[in-house]
Design a binder for this molecule. Structure first.
Ligand SMILES: Nc1ncnc2c1ncn2[C@@H]1O[C@H](COP(=O)(O)OP(=O)(O)OP(=O)(O)O)[C@@H](O)[C@H]1O
Length: 292
């Protein structure tokens, strides 16, 4: 699937702002970003639910609508209203019946972790159960591409664990699972590839380790004693500076050089040097105002 120079605006807001992206079949891909970064809009474009203002979106070599109609795509979106009265099993069977090569209903329920709920009415479910029913519906057609918009939002810890085990199993069968999240740990633990989106642009693309590396090797933090933050960004090795409540955090490629230069400045207290975490990487990639 591919995005080529894709732009989608809502009035003044450039929700997707010139995205170029190719995703090969197979594996799990995370779309990671803050609230309002453009994840849902990217997914809507991918599913053909909305048209780009400019650029193109292709799925399996054609327009998204064609792949969706052909049953190659299953989606679990954030907002969905359950139909009432039917049972979970009936609903999933109904959806499966509309696809050319569906999963057996029992398998879709099993994968979604709701094998025991087949006979339950869909309007009598908890939030987490309803979410898993939506997953079973998305899986029903045995889609080559499964698209999940913040799939674990309503799930408890145990359900999350079971969910990711299922999704990994599904991807191992050669399917592609693309999910959006704002949980760094989730992207790091469960995605083969992480796309970081910020203000409608892809600002990083790689594994969790790639992102950690791109953020700069280490984090040097200390209590500030009056230096202007602007001077800190000029120290050797420093790639980004963040100052919060009197404590400076410098992301640096060369912590030795940074610390030696800092010592030259003097008046640095409570110095700490730590390897960059994925959190640091994410902040470095998406922080709107790294120097404050
Ligand atoms: N239908 C719409 N009308 C107007 N603005 C919209 C619409 N949909 C999205 N936006 C705006 O586009 C931007 C991107 O929104 P989008 O929903 O894609 O973000 P997101 O990354 O999915 O956020 P979240 O994590 O909060 O779900 C936001 O600024 C949002 O306010």
């Amino acid at each position: 699937m591919s995005f080529t120079g894709t732009v989608k605006t809502y009035g003044e807001v450039r929700a997707v702002d010139g995205v170029d992206l190719g995703i090969a079949p197979g594996g799990t891909v995370a779309l990671l970003g803050r609230n309002g970064a453009g994840k849902s809009t990217t997914i809507s474009l991918l599913l053909g639910l909305t048209e780009p203002d400019s650029g193109t979106v292709e799925l399996f070599g054609g327009p998204p609508e064609a792949s969706v109609r052909a049953g190659r795509v299953g989606a679990m979106l954030q907002e969905a209203r359950a139909v009432s009265r039917v049972t979970v099993g009936e609903l999933v069977a109904f959806v499966a019946g509309r696809y050319p090569a569906p999963l057996p209903v029992a398998e879709a329920l099993e994968l979604a972790g709701i094998a025991g709920l087949a006979g339950r009415r869909v309007d009598r479910l908890s939030g987490g159960q309803a979410q898993r029913v939506r997953l079973a519906v998305a899986l029903a057609g045995n889609p080559a591409l499964l698209v999940l918009d913040e799939p674990t939002a309503a799930l408890d810890v145990e359900a999350r664990h079971a969910f990711w085990t299922s999704m990994r199993g599904y991807a191992r069968r050669g399917h592609t699972v693309l999910f959006s999240t704002h949980y760094l740990e989730e992207a790091d633990a469960h995605a083969d590839r992480i796309l970081v989106i910020d203000r409608g642009r892809i600002v990083a693309d790689g594994t969790g380790d790639d992102l950690r590396r791109s953020a700069g090797g280490s984090l040097v933090s200390f209590d500030l004693a009056g230096e202007a933050p602007e001077a800190l960004s000029l120290l050797p090795g420093v790639r980004a500076v963040e100052v919060r409540e009197g404590r400076a955090r410098l992301r640096t490629d060369d912590s030795d050089a940074t610390v030696l230069a800092l010592a030259g400045l003097g008046a640095v207290r409570a110095l700490e040097v730590a390897p960059a975490s994925l959190d640091d990487a994410f902040l470095a990639l998406t922080d709107p105002e790294p120097v404050r």
